[in-house]
Write a protein that binds this ligand. Sequence first.
Ligand code: LLP
Length: 421
Amino acid sequence: MPLPAFLTQRHGELHVEDVSLDALARAHGTPLFVYSKAAMLQALGAYQRGLAGRAHLICYAMKANSSLAILQTLVRAGCGLDIVSGGELERALAAGCAPERIIFSGVGKTRAEMRRALAVGIGCFNVESRAELAVLDEVARAAGRRARVSIRVNPDVDARTHPYISTGLKDNKFGIAHDEVIDTYRQAAACESLDVVGIDCHIGSQITQAGPYLDALERVLDLVEAIELTGTRLHHIDFGGGLGIDYHGDTPPAADELWAKLLQRLDVRGFGDRQIMIEPGRSIVGNAGVCLTEVLYQKPGEHKNFLIVDAAMNDLPRPAMYQAYHRIEPVRSRTDTTALTWDVVGPVCESGDWLGRDRELAVQPGDVLAVLSAGAYCMSMASNYNTRGRAAEVLVDGAQATVIRQRETAADQMRLETPLP
Ligand code: LLP
């Protein structure tokens, strides 16, 4: 199976760009996340090509990976940012993102988060309920500011992905139901401190077909027509994120090809002049990262062979949460060991703490494994469960490797606690 871009085998050793992963693991310890700058920029480039010549703003969904150096890399390459919390807002600003290129998504924005976002002057609030609309209007009025809003609509299409990451169906908590959209826009237009500027949708994540996007587009454009008949003109249309990546033989459409199809439909429907916004996360960083982990012990058994490694569900939560598949490859191939079938598991005290099941691997204790496709929703979802410090991170650019986050210590973890006297 082909490796992700910028991950290559050289003389039996895995490299990210021009840097050996074995060398990085020896130098910085494990678990260690390693990212390729070129892979991120290449993934972003496909969107930029697809949208070239159109008024557009690519707002990287920073929940996928919010490490500052990653954000800086993408912001410097032209991205705005899609945020979902006050914490993400502070990170976005710290990474140097211009406030007007920040959009704020999410169903549960607090008043304090709204106030701060208004004070710094973010580009747009993606509003998800009528109650939120009313609160945002009130907060903006009290602050003497105007809030630009877009309303997230629920197009009721099946993204054909894992139920936990499908968001565009009627029964999901996200967006405004199709039937209520017009009334909600009327409510928004009547709010004294809101400027209605757009419409948005996001139908799910790890979408591997163009079909759900094309279906959602037609439904959203039907809504745009109906909304504009009420006298509100929509300046931008935001299609969210969701494009999948190849974890294990998945074949999502390329971003530029998908956008060629979507733009053609936009033109046919007469909306080719609107600014296009998108919120891609996983498809920008997912395949740009790996997580290195050392084999601690072999534990062969009657029914299962367990390979115990030093990364766990706190570092890589996706298998435990979504039964997700991540490829696992040794960073150095061995010829002196026969391959066995292993369940690769972490040290955490839970049976759900597995990284891969039934994997053919020729390995010995002390070897380093690379868990692939670990750039998105791994470090950003990492926890301290079992008082395990979060991993260190390295960004590779050509032959240069930069530590962008130090390994978290036990002292770091206890810093905010107050022991009893
Ligand atoms: N915009 C909104 C409003 C979202 O909710 C999301 C993701 C995105 C954009 C970015 O979607 P992406 O392009 O990354 O698919 N933790 C899960 C994924 C959760 C996605 C949540 N929303 C996982 O590891 O698969």
